[in-house]
Design a protein around this ligand. Structure first.
Ligand code: CAO
Length: 480
């Protein structure tokens, strides 16, 4: 009792002392300017005094259980890893992500397909259908913040990891999935890149009018959806700061592609009000149907553009330039190509007058571009603010010094395949600088994660090895 009294009196003294301190500090505060807001608001910590780039990474402390394979899911988790998340990739013992062995260029080494999608991650092999393997995954679920997966619809449930089960184990866990389709008639379908390009509106609007639908080389279905998913995950993490609970995040590949084809859905609705005058088929007098047509190399925006031949096109398949006849620089274009009369000629002087003659105009510009290399055209036009873009081959991109300097193209060393080039983080944060670390070998971090992260003892590890939960069949026998 006496002790409690003493403590109370002590607490009072401290409170008095600290309230004096508050008064003193307040007295020192400069007078608030009229209507000014608090300098340090929203409960944020004081701005770090560390130099930019040395205050840790954006997603440091975020733990990702990476149950992804092939391209879409791994693209997402690689981005999160570049931003500093600890990404632990679960792979099937002895087999791993199927892409390790696909499109192999170096015998017995992980393919570029795999290495270029799995940087900065740890790999742990676990058989998710083995009871002890399930136990490991359950421990990982309790430990991690986010589970990312892109299995065929229902596969995660068939393993026993339903949302309800995961949420019971860890109510804070965010479960993020890539699927081919959202809820609806196709929700159970398996989907690869080109299926998504076709069902998301990209293929029907890509290619030439006279030809079949085309898919594009940019992996908008896989990598594009991975990007969408990454944003969903970061948003869910942010919301969790407020709610304390996890949620499901779904990025359907069809939806992701459609999001990137947004301008074509715009055009679909414009069709109701007349022809799409910026499409070259308008100038060619070809009537429009009831769906957005393929537009060849027409620009998707309001400034007409086309791909034109440059010097050397006869032998170099990439000696081309994208040329945009942007209205504000029309006069400069006329001067460059030697048609000064078009500046004032009412047939050419206004964007509206030019629309029906785009074919003729681009043919005339091409007469000029074929006298120059694509880089000369780039230099001449950019000096006059005319927007153009050389068609760069992958060889040219691989050799581009400026892309190397920014870390967009990076050379990485790998223990079994040697040096290779990859695309680094395309998103640059000034206070969270990405380093690209090689992809893990299959199961390289199994023991490390089991013992150091999940706390398995050496004895338990040996038991796991002989149970087949972390080793392939043949090794399981050897370990027994
Ligand atoms: N241990 C044990 N089993 C494992 C395992 C592990 N560590 N990892 C995966 N498996 C099992 C799965 O449980 C599944 O088994 P069941 O069919 O018995 O449930 C099996 O491996 C195959 O998984 P899957 O069906 O996802 O793989 P698939 O090769 O047949 O299909 C794909 C591939 C991409 C078409 C399909 O996963 C899919 O549609 N994913 C969603 C969309 C997507 O991301 N597509 C982009 C792919 S990139 O081009």
């Amino acid at each position: 009792m006496a002790k409690a009294k003493k403590a109370k009196a002590g607490a009072k003294r401290v409170a008095k002392k600290s309230s004096r301190k508050v008064v003193k500090l307040a007295a020192r505060k400069p007078a608030k300017a009229n209507g000014s807001k608090k300098a340090n608001g929203n409960g944020l910590p004081r701005p770090s005094a560390k130099p930019y780039g040395q205050a840790g990474k954006a997603l440091e402390g975020v733990k990702i259980l990476d149950f992804t394979h092939v391209q879409s899911g791994p693209t997402c988790t690689q981005l999160l890893a570049w931003f500093g998340a600890d990404v632990i990739k679960i792979e099937r013992p002895g087999v791993g992500d199927i892409t390790r062995g696909q499109l192999r260029d170096v015998p017995n080494a992980d393919s570029l397909y795999f290495t270029m999608l799995n940087h900065n991650k740890r790999s742990i092999t676990v058989d998710s259908k083995n009871p002890k393997g399930k136990e490991i995954i359950e421990r990982l679920i309790k430990y991690c913040d986010v589970l990312v997966e892109n299995f065929a619809p229902g596969a995660l449930d068939r393993m026993g990891f339903t949302w309800e089960h995961i949420h019971k184990l860890n109510p804070r866990m965010i479960v993020a999935s890539v699927k081919g389709f959202g809820p609806g008639p196709y929700e159970d379908c398996k989907v690869y890149e080109n299926v998504a390009q076709c069902t998301g509106g990209a293929a029907s609007t890509t290619g030439f009018r006279e030809g079949p639908p085309l898919v594009t080389g940019a992996q908008i279905g896989d990598s594009g959806t991975g990007l969408h998913l990454a944003l969903g995950i970061v948003s869910a993490l942010y919301q969790r700061n407020r709610t304390g609970r996890g949620q499901k995040v779904l990025a359907a590949m069809q939806d992701g592609v459609l999001n990137l084809c947004r301008v074509k859905l715009r055009d679909q609705q414009r069709l109701r009000h007349g022809p799409l005058t910026e499409y070259s088929q308008y100038g060619e007098g070809v009537p429009f149907g009831d769906a957005v047509p393929r537009a060849g190399n027409d620009s998707g925006g309001g400034q007409p553009g086309w791909i034109l031949k440059c010097k050397g096109w006869e032998t170099d398949p990439d000696a081309y330039i994208y040329f945009i006849t942007q209205a504000p620089v029309w006069e400069a274009i006329c001067d460059v190509i030697g048609e000064p009369g078009w500046k004032t000629d009412p047939e050419f002087a206004t964007p509206k007058a030019r629309l029906p003659k785009l074919k003729q105009i681009f043919a005339r510009i091409e007469e000029w571009t074929t006298t120059k290399t694509k880089f000369e055209v780039m230099e001449i036009c950019n000096a006059r603010d005319i927007p153009v873009g050389p068609i760069l081959s992958m060889r040219e991109i691989a050799e581009d010094e400026s892309l190397r300097k920014t870390g967009t193209v990076v050379e990485v060393d790998h223990p079994t395949r040697g040096k290779y080039l990859t695309v680094g983080n395309p998103i640059k944060l000034s206070d969270s600088v990405s380093e690209v670390k090689r992809s893990p070998l299959l199961g390289e971090h199994t023991e490390e994660v089991l013992t150091k992260v999940l706390g398995y003892s050496a004895k338990e590890l040996a038991e796991l090895k002989s149970s087949g939960a972390i080793t392939p069949e043949e090794k399981k026998k050897a370990a027994a």
